[in-house]
Each structure stands twice: as structure tokens, then as C-alpha cells.
Design a binder for this molecule. Structure first.
Ligand SMILES: [Zn+2]
Length: 449
């Protein structure tokens, strides 16, 4: 894969309504993106499948939706207030801030500004610590601010609700709390499309276990989450790998961490991290809040602070990987065909319905009737805003598995043409069998339940 592929994917995402630049109308904001009509459908499918898999199908994991804005002390306890910082240098020429650790190093004190290219002496322009958390004033009076923070990870909302969940659900170890939601980091290193964003979405599970079982569950979660990307997201196995964090890389709270990496067009990068966070967070929140967050272990008849295994996945990165993996080009009859070979369960639309000629009222009416008959059973779209060649091309590019075309012949034989996205094979199917035909070829998860 290449940079060229990256620009093709970005352009497809913008062209087809998956992703738009954030605040684009006003010149845009760096590392902030909006999801368009197609993007929101794909993103929702990713989240729904994750939620079904871990909350709905399992009895040992419960869901949570905690607030985005949190009390300052949450981040005092978690260590984010003091430790969640980047070292930044202010470029004397272009005035932009950059991270020397990510910039070109010329010698011990000279670093190249990635924006304007001048050499900056960091003994003169000393790096300053810059907290990545976004802060907001919760007070109505500006002169007496009450600072709240937009969470930099969904995890803390889970830890501070640990007692609430235990007391209301009576869960016993091992058990997990799952959450999908937005998190915010004021990242300075912009880049690679939606890979690193200031506002992003996470799918996190905090899986609470006894200390002696932590290693065993860690291994299980790594395996489980690796397979999820292949089986549920349809990613190719050769584009996935595991990478163990070195001792130096480990976060202050972690005993062990393994990343699941994806082979993005710009190289292998993190899709998900699975960490053994030990009992750091619960212990620390106990100390700062002065509330007992321990758990009574009935076997040992003692109070313990559970360890936690955290599979932390990025929704946007999963979305990005799914599109990269599905993107394909082929030459058909001398012309380039771009096709998103999405797993049908993920495709925004499963079926598209067209009349061959939009000037023919009978064809239009019949095509619309087929659309209205199936649209509450399966995600579908009706389109007559271009010629048939263009209509097929649009649906190929957004990964729609089936296209149904109503043509003049249909009026005679009551049959339509159904075209398969991957093989482009066309079959004549009787109108009253359209839904059945699709049902036979797609999994149950593709239908509206
Ligand atoms: Zn500069």
C-alpha cells in the first residue's frame, strides 16, 4: 500500500459522503472531521457489532454511558493532570508549535520545524509541557471559573462508576464494563486523515479480574480482539499484527500492553491497545475520593482491589482500516472500476434500486415500489439521478452488495436484473422474489431486526 492509495481513499470518502472536513465551511480545523450520511451508517454498524458481541451476547459484561465532561479530581487521580503532556517547541519563524520528538533531528540541539523547515535551537527555544486535555469552564461566572475536562479516554468514566455498577448489578469477578463514546485530546501532531483526531470515539472494556488471573485474561482478550477484526470486520489477516510494548513505552499505570496494528497505507499503526492496567486506577480513585473501591472476594474472605484488563479500540481507526482493507481497483472492459469490498454486514446499504430510464414513469414507479417494499427490512437506497453506468459505479464505491434494476423488459416478464457487487454477475429474478433472493445470500445480521 502507498501514499497514493491514501489519497485515493481520502478522496473517495469525501466524494461519496463518508467523511467531510470539520468546520470546512469556515476554513476547517486541523485533525477534526465530520462523518457524512454514508460514514455515519458504516460507523454505526461497527459500533453495533462490537456492542452486540460484548454486551448483548455476553453475560459477564454490562454497558455504561458516562458523561464526557468530568470533575477535575478524576484526572488528578488518573494522572492525566500532571502526566498527560507533550513537550512542544514554539517555532520562532512560523510561530507554530511542534513536537521535537516527532521532528527531524539535525544534532543534539537543532531540530527542523515540520511546518516552515527552519532549524530551531531547542536550547534557545526550550520545549514546554503542554497538557493534551481540553478544559472547559462549567461556572456561569467567568471570574470564578469551575474547570471541567473533556475526557481523554472513556475508561475513567468506567472506573468512577465501578461501585455504582457493582451495587446495582451484583456482578462477581471476573466481569467487565463496556462503553462506546467520544474522547478528546488536543493533539498537535496532525495527520493521516482520521487516524489521529482531536475528537474521536472509543470502544472500551474494563474487564475486572483477580490479580492472579490477570495474565490469563490478558492473553484471552488479545486473542479475542485480534479475531474480531478478521471475523467481524472482515480485515485480511495479513494486514494485522500484534506488537508488544517495550518497558520504556508502557504507560505509568500498565504492567503489560499489546497493540493490534493494522497495515495502513502510511505503514503499520495502532488499531487497538490491550493493557493490563493493574489496580492502579481503582486504587488511585480510592485514595483521592477517600471512598473504598475494593471488592469482597468471597473465596478468600478478604477485600481486594481488582486488576483490570483493558481492550481499548478506536472506532474511527477501525472505520479507517475497514475502508482501506475493502478498497479495490480493477480494470473492467478497459475501464477502471473502484469497488469497496466491504463485508455485507458493514455495508451502509445492502441493496440499491434503479429504474433503467428515469424518463419512463412506469419503470420509476415500479422501482420505487420495490424500494418501499424492502426498505424497512434491509438498508436500501433508491436512485435515479444518473445513467445506469454511473449508478452502478456509485454503489460499487460505497460497497453496496446488490443492485436491482428495473428495465422495459420488466414490464413484460415481471423480472428485474440483480447485479452482484463483487462478481458483477447479473441475474434475472422475478419481482416477488427480490427480497428472498437477497435473503438467501446475506447473513441474518444484514437485516433490520
Ligand atoms: Zn516553523
Amino acid at each position: 500500500m502507498s501514499e497514493d492509495k491514501l489519497s485515493k481513499i481520502v478522496s473517495l470518502c469525501k466524494r461519496r459522503g463518508f467523511i467531510f472536513g470539520g468546520s470546512q465551511l469556515y476554513g476547517g480545523l486541523s485533525s477534526i472531521w465530520d462523518y457524512g450520511p454514508l460514514g455515519v451508517l458504516l460507523k454505526k454498524r461497527i459500533k453495533d457489532i462490537w456492542w452486540q458481541e460484548y454486551v448483548e451476547k455476553r453475560e459477564d459484561i454490562v454497558g455504561l454511558d458516562s458523561a464526557i465532561i468530568m470533575h477535575e479530581n478524576v484526572f488528578l487521580a488518573s494522572g492525566h493532570l500532571s502526566g498527560f503532556c507533550d513537550e512542544l517547541v514554539d517555532c520562532p519563524q512560523c510561530k507554530k508549535r511542534f513536537r521535537p520528538d516527532k521532528a527531524e533531528k539535525i544534532d543534539e540541539k537543532l531540530y527542523r520545524c515540520p511546518y516552515c523547515g527552519i532549524e530551531v535551537d531547542i536550547t534557545l527555544y526550550k520545549p514546554r509541557k503542554f497538557n493534551l486535555m481540553l478544559k472547559t469552564n462549567l461556572s456561569a461566572v467567568e471570574t470564578t471559573p469551575l474547570w471541567g475536562y473533556l475526557r481523554p479516554e472513556t475508561a475513567q468514566g468506567i472506573f468512577i462508576n465501578f461501585l455504582n455498577v457493582i451495587n446495582t448489578t451484583h456482578k462477581k469477578l471476573p466481569f467487565g464494563i463496556a462503553q462506546i463514546g467520544k474522547a478528546f485530546r488536543n493533539e498537535v501532531t496532525a495527520g493521516n486523515f482520521i487516524f489521529r483526531m482531536k475528537e474521536f470515539e472509543q470502544m472500551e472494556i474494563e474487564y475486572f479480574v483477580k490479580e492472579e488471573e490477570a495474565d490469563k485474561f490478558f492473553e484471552e482478550w488479545v486473542k479475542e480482539r485480534f479475531n474480531f477484526y478478521i471475523e467481524k470486520m472482515g480485515l485480511k489477516k495479513e494486514n494485522l499484527r500484534l506488537r508488544e510494548h517495550t518497558k520504556e513505552e508502557l504507560a505509568h499505570y500498565a504492567k503489560r500492553c499489546v497493540d493490534i496494528e493494522y497495515n495502513f497505507p502510511f505503514g503499520w499503526s495502532e488499531l487497538e491497545g490491550i493493557a493490563n492496567r493493574t489496580n492502579f486506577d481503582l486504587s488511585s480513585h480510592s485514595k483521592v475520593s477517600k471512598k473504598d473501591l475494593s471488592y469482597f472476594d468471597e473465596e478468600k474472605k478478604e477485600r481486594i482491589i481488582p486488576f483490570v484488563i483493558e481492550p481499548s479500540a478506536g472506532v474511527d481507526r477501525t472505520f479507517f482500516a475497514v475502508i482501506c482493507d475493502a478498497y479495490d481497483e480493477e480494470i473492467v472492459k478497459g475501464r477502471l472500476r473502484v469497488v469497496l469490498r466491504l463485508k455485507p454486514e458493514l455495508a451502509p446499504y445492502k441493496v440499491a434500486i434503479f429504474p433503467l430510464l428515469k424518463s419512463d414513469n412506469q419503470l420509476v414507479e415500479l422501482a420505487k415500489k420495490i424500494f418501499y417494499d424492502i426498505k424497512d427490512k434491509i438498508s436500501s437506497i433508491y436512485d435515479d439521478t444518473a445513467n445506469i453506468g454511473k449508478l452502478y459505479r456509485r454503489q460499487d464505491e460505497v460497497g453496496t452488495p446488490f443492485c436491482v434494476t428495473v428495465d422495459p423488459q420488466t414490464l413484460m416478464d415481471k423480472k428485474v436484473t440483480i447485479r452482484d457487487r463483487d462478481t458483477m454477475k447479473q441475474e434475472r429474478v422475478s419481482i416477488d422474489r427480490v427480497f428472498e433472493f437477497i435473503k438467501e445470500r446475506l447473513n441474518e445480521e444484514c437485516f433490520i431486526s
